[in-house]
Design a protein around this ligand. Structure first.
Ligand code: CA
Length: 259
């Protein structure tokens, strides 16, 4: 598979973006592969999921028992069936969450709201009711990896875009090698933009991710933080405003001549 195909299939980056600004995306793609553990006792479903995940560029493996899932070293993402032969999936979810920050997506035939609430309360990041399509599952995986401050492959992700670097583990930001001190909110906004450079991100999405998942209030507060963020970064063209829509990191950020 070529790099272009991997980009298109696993990240769904439109071709016009990766041809022009491949360098910033490549950092993301060549960082350690994301590992996914499928906890599923139906061998047919488990095999299908593992194959689909591998085709999408993930490292995938499956186990049929809850106890086995708990013995495994932590993977980046766990797809967890609730109806397991040995332990209840909810129990597995609770114990996984207690010991790691693995992204947990519950995948089950139980579609009742009470089950979903219970799983989310016990630490699941998302919930998918069978039957579901692989495309939706892959989108949910990308979403849980974007949210929160997950590390991939046990090492921190450092997002690079032109002169900008955002270290998600140390929460350090640099511009052309000089550290930029940001408030937690400013960092959260920048992280949101830098995780997916070039993508237009709506005001609502930034506010939901940087403040609260269930923010229904006005998004005016964002402008204050964004203005401060732009000023501190000192490169006004880096964060583009698309009036009436939202913001994005510029596709082709200016790179200083000495780099
Ligand atoms: Ca099952």
């Amino acid at each position: 598979m070529t790099v272009a195909e991997i980009l298109q299939e696993s990240l769904r980056i439109p071709s016009d973006l990766y041809t022009g600004a491949a360098a910033s995306y490549l950092v993301f793609v060549t960082s350690p592969q994301v590992s996914v553990l499928v906890v599923e006792d139906d061998p047919g479903i488990a095999t299908q999921l593992v194959r689909g995940l591998e085709r999408a560029g993930y490292t995938a493996d499956s186990v049929a028992m809850g106890a086995e899932a708990l013995r495994r070293p932590a993977s980046d993402v766990v797809l967890l069936d609730l109806g397991l032969p040995d332990v209840d999936g909810i129990d597995v979810c609770r114990r996984l969450r207690a010991s790691s920050d693995t992204a947990i997506i519950v995948v089950t035939a139980r579609g009742e709201e009470a089950d979903r609430v219970l799983a989310l309360d016990e630490g699941a990041d998302d919930y998918l009711v069978k039957p579901f399509g692989l495309a939706e599952l892959l989108a949910r995986i990308r979403a849980v990896l974007r949210r929160g401050h997950r590390t991939v492959g046990g090492t921190a992700e450092v997002l690079r875009h032109g002169p900008l670097t955002v270290d998600l583990r140390t929460r350090k930001v640099t511009m052309s090698g000089t550290e930029v001190a940001l408030t937690p909110k400013e960092f959260a906004i920048l992280e949101c933009l830098a995780t997916d450079p070039g993508r237009l991100i709506s005001r609502q999405e930034i506010v939901e991710r940087a403040w609260d998942e269930h923010w229904y209030g006005p998004t005016k507060v964002l402008d204050v933080h964004l203005a401060a963020l732009r000023r501190k970064i000192g490169e006004p063209s880096l964060i583009e405003t698309v009036y009436g829509h939202g913001f994005r990191l510029a596709d082709r950020p200016a790179v200083p001549a000495d780099q």
